[in-house]
Design a binder for this molecule. Structure first.
Ligand SMILES: [Zn+2]
Length: 655
């Protein structure tokens, strides 16, 4: 359900609606024919637009053609794309750097200060004491016990304990296993001989190959984090029975002082345990060393290790950022708290909450009018919509005990290790908590409120909007409200809301229980509409001769289509008092904003590779493939033909 954001900073600032009709349009060429004529008027987005393109042929190009020309993808450093996901992350990183520099987050500030005083010898001693423990393990059982202790210290060995309250699960440490190249480490300077370093790297590679060798579908499930509290789950005890004789799960539970029988896990995760049990003592040792080094090398005194020495303060901040994005360090939570306090203007959360309620009302109104659904199913859909929870920005009550505490340490590495230790304790204390604050904090906030993302959870029937959605370019109070209704409204809140009723969400009821609440006929109608949407997207190309996969992107396309319809209805009803031409102008600006929201440039190679497997369609199709299914777009832009034209009876509408 993850949604990526791809917005650039808004362009025209405070330009008011009336003052922007100033003939700023400067078409670079005449329209191709008189029947292909664009509406001629200025827009807040005029300088992005390419008026030589007929809106009915390629709305995305018409809207963003000039911007795409002005913002080519840089070719240096293997950059593949530019767009708002980059800008948004840069904005957030900048905000975090400022928060840190001002000492508004003491932990990050101290980490940064300690960085300059790192002591390789002191840090190596700490690191090598762990390596030494591994060397000294005499039996496989002793080694497995030690691995459980490493899990307790926050190492993904191979599980990491994250506070996913709702899911109540242990996680395999796959996400931690990024493509680090340990061979570039001067590990021998920490007392590890070159030859052994190579074996450690090989052991890590082998483990990663095992993880990757799982069929993609299974791996996706393994990472999908889905645990439904309303359904029976395979408890981790099942795995204990299976790996009888080597009860590592039992050892892990005892070491963590946790009742792991209350923790859910699925077959795929547990097969990792089975696999681990096939390792002999020597290979377990190498793998454990890999897990330790892999997590920690980036927190060692990097200058001493000749890594990132030329990046100056950026390199320093990257150090903080590494620790913040390593979810299990707990720094993400600490920084998230500061970020929400200092980087989000007051009032924005309340406004985004008001918009959610407006959109919910608009959606409810729409459901009442569908002709393809009986009243019985409509009532169920409304019940689900009414019950949908909305986690906006950050929990209402901030619990100090959920945040790691600053502890005096001599070096940044030691402080990071301390944070990891603390975080496991915090996590253990959170498991089983079910308050909304706990769910918001543990299931969503722990990834960092500064990450531009939003989610729908079918098991909790809730939307979570991370705080970074509440600032420009996603929510920008200097822009006219059509922009915010299109970007925060349609593409974010409305989109996530509709996920509750997409091909997956529709299988869950108001309390998040998997249940078929559809009458057979209504379900059939829903499915035939989905089929039409699949066919519609199957015909669309995101680069010449490369077609979108309508089935793979179905859920996201349903959400995009619902999002624009709901937000448009809400905008026109709640914000537009004008009539006639002025009203239509504002409506067109809403549609233009919708394209602005997907402002994105990328290399063809990147597009081909990325969207082959992405469950989201490419940005151009998230605009062109959606607007041409809405009747208003044809009316507003006077479109009666062109490459994007879809006959009225073929325009699929779902939510
Ligand atoms: Zn989505």
């Amino acid at each position: 359900m993850k949604k990526n954001y791809l917005w650039m900073l808004a362009l025209c600032g405070t330009l008011a609606f009336t003052s922007c009709i100033d003939n700023a349009d400067n078409p670079s060429g005449p329209p191709e024919s008189t029947s292909h004529k664009n509406i001629e008027e200025a827009s807040v987005f005029s300088k992005d637009m390419d008026l030589s393109v007929y809106a009915g042929d390629n709305f995305y190009q018409y809207m963003l053609g000039q911007w795409l020309k002005d913002n080519p993808v840089p070719t240096k450093d293997g950059d593949l794309l530019i767009g708002t996901i980059i800008t948004q992350n840069q904005n957030a990183t900048k905000a975090l750097a400022e928060i840190t520099a001002k000492g508004q987050n003491l932990i990050a500030f101290t980490l940064l200060s300690l960085y300059d005083h790192d002591d390789l010898q002191s840090d190596s001693t700490l690191l090598m004491s762990k390596i030494k423990q591994i060397d000294e393990a005499g039996t496989k059982e002793a080694m497995l016990q030690l691995m459980a202790e490493f899990v307790k210290q926050g190492y993904p060995c191979p599980f990491v304990i994250l506070p996913e309250v709702l899911m109540r699960k242990v996680y395999p440490g796959i996400e931690m296993l990024r493509e680090y190249n340990l061979t570039s480490l001067k590990v021998e300077r920490m007392g590890i001989p070159d030859k052994e370093a190579i074996s450690i790297v090989e052991a890590g590679d082998k483990w990663q190959a095992y993880v990757k060798s799982k069929p993609p579908k299974k791996q996706e499930k393994m990472l999908s984090h889905h645990y439904n509290p309303h359904e029976g789950v395979m408890l981790i005890n099942t795995a204990r029975r299976r790996s009888a004789g080597t009860d590592w799960i039992g050892t892990l539970g005892k070491t963590l002082d946790m009742d792991l029988s209350a923790i859910a896990a699925d077959e795929d995760e547990m097969s990792m345990v089975d696999h681990l049990m096939t390792y002999n003592l020597d290979s377990l040792k190498l793998l454990a060393k890999y897990f330790i080094l892999n997590r920690d090398y980036k927190y060692l005194p990097l200058k001493e290790l000749d890594i990132n020495t030329d990046e100056g303060s950026e390199g320093l901040f990257e150090y903080i950022y590494n620790a913040a994005t390593d979810q299990s360090s707990g720094l993400a939570t600490s920084l998230s708290h500061s970020y929400t306090q200092h980087a989000i203007p007051e009032g924005n959360k309340a406004e985004a909450t008001a918009m959610f309620e407006e959109l919910r009302a608009a959606f409810r109104n729409r459901i009442g009018k569908y002709d393809w659904m009986t009243d019985v199913t409509k009532a169920k859909a409304m019940e689900k919509l009414d019950a949908m929870k909305y986690y906006c920005g950050w929990p209402d009550n901030w619990h100090a005990e959920w945040e790691a505490k600053l502890v005096a340490e001599e070096t940044s590495y030691r402080l990071v290790c301390n944070l990891f230790n603390q975080y496991v304790d915090i996590t253990r204390s959170m498991i089983g908590q079910t308050s909304d604050d706990a769910i918001f904090y543990a299931d969503w906030m722990s990834m960092g409120a500064y990450v531009a993302n939003a989610f729908y959870s079918p098991e909790n029937n809730s939307i979570a909007l991370l705080a970074s959605n509440l600032v420009s370019p996603i929510y920008d109070k200097t822009m006219p409200s059509y922009y915010n209704y299109a970007v925060l409204g349609a593409q974010t809140i409305g989109h996530e809301m509709t996920h509750g009723f997409d091909n997956t969400g529709s299988k869950y009821n108001a309390i998040g229980k998997k249940e078929n609440w559809w009458t057979p006929q209504d379900e059939q109608n829903f499915e035939s509409r989905q089929k039409l949407l699949i066919d519609h997207f199957n015909k669309l190309q995101y680069v010449p001769n490369v077609y979108c996969d309508g089935k793979q992107t179905l859920g996201e396309n349903i959400a995009d289509l619902g999002g624009i319809e709901i937000a448009y209805e809400s905008y026109m009803k709640n914000k537009v008092t004008a009539s006639g031409g002025e009203r239509d102008y504002l409506a067109r600006e809403f549609y233009r904003s919708f394209a602005e929201g997907w402002k994105f440039n990328m290399t063809t190679e990147y597009a081909v590779e990325n969207f082959k497997t992405d469950e989201h369609a490419a940005p151009i199709l998230r605009v062109n493939g959606i607007v041409n299914l809405t009747n208003e777009w044809y009316r507003l832009f006077s479109i009666s033909d062109g490459a994007m034209y879809v006959a009225p009876d073929k325009r699929v509408s779902i939510w």
